[in-house]
Ligand binder design. Structure first.
Ligand code: PAF
Length: 283
């Protein structure tokens, strides 16, 4: 596996692959890789001849009081895992390489509407930071395919919209959420949980499952179900940000005719802000 830090060297390598007719799938990450990321790498191998991973803790997607400084950075370990998984190229740029004109003065990419709801209501500018860095990394790597985890469902929908709007010609593939044995979605932020908080955390997934069951048995009082979901989380010790039922395709509010839904939630447990979601198909 080649590890590169500068855009020029990445371009040289990927240009060679394209010239040889080899397709490229990428996984964009902020590092601190866990089984969830590695399952995206396996999925990428199924879809393309070459696989590249980026590790870049993107400052522009963190709010002023968020965990940018303390975000876990474990590059040596990440490298070992990626190399063992047969990744061809690891791109680990510096902040200056990605934002040559500084973070404030650089071009930004905004996906309006979708970026201001759900997580975007409390994480102001978060998705602008995500879209801005993802578009840069796409431009540098120029992949045929990009694999993103379904756990960050709103991010996935936003990136799909951005790729379509900008005619990027990149196929966006979703990888299933990897869960611990008790159902907790794998996330780098789970390590912020104390033992007691960790024991309570699987209630997030259970609340989603309970809501899905209600929907599948014909209860479509969406407002009441959302309130019940939030109340259940609060009772388990969470501070819920939202518990929402949306159309899976565009995150709009569902109607009685909606069939493809997603239930999404974000909630604080101690100093960890956890997110999760579950898809629901109605007959
Ligand atoms: O999902 C993430 O880890 C990040 O939001 C991403 C897509 C790598 C952009 O920084």
């Amino acid at each position: 596996m080649k590890t590169l830090h500068d855009i020029g060297s990445v371009r040289e390598i990927t240009r060679g692959w394209r010239r040889d007719g080899e397709s490229l799938a990428v996984i964009l990450t902020m590092g601190n890789l866990h089984k969830g990321h590695m399952s995206l790498v396996s999925l990428a191998h199924e879809h393309a001849e070459k696989v590249a991973v980026s590790i870049f803790v993107n400052p522009t997607q963190f709010g002023p009081n968020e965990d940018f400084e303390n975000y876990p950075r474990t590059l040596a370990n990440d490298k070992r895992r990626l190399s063992r998984a047969g990744v061809d190229l690891l791109f680990t740029p510096s902040v200056e390489e990605i934002y040559p004109h500084g973070q404030e003065g650089s071009t930004r990419v905004v996906v309006p509407g979708l970026s201001e709801i759900l997580c975007g209501k409390t994480r102001l500018n978060h998705f602008e930071g995500v879209a801005s860095v993802v578009s840069r990394l796409f431009n540098v790597l120029q992949p045929d395919i990009a694999v993103f985890g379904q756990k960050d469902y709103q991010q996935l929908v936003i990136i799909r919209r951005m790729a379509a709007d900008l005619h990027l010609g990149i196929e966006i593939i979703a990888g299933q959420t990897c869960r611990e044995k008790d159902g907790l979605a794998m996330s780098s932020r789970n390590q912020y949980l104390s033992d007691t908080e960790r024991a309570a955390a699987p209630e997030l997934f259970r609340a989603l499952q309970a809501c899905r069951e209600r929907l599948q048995t014909g209860d479509i009082d969406f407002d009441a179900l959302e309130k019940a979901g939030s109340a259940r989380l609060a009772k388990a010790g969470f501070k819920p940000d939202y518990f929402a039922i949306r159309n899976a395709g565009d995150l709009s509010r569902p109607t009685a005719d909606s069939r493809h839904l997603v239930i999404l939630t974000a909630a604080w447990m101690g100093r960890a802000r956890l997110i999760d979601n579950i898809l629901v198909e109605l007959l």
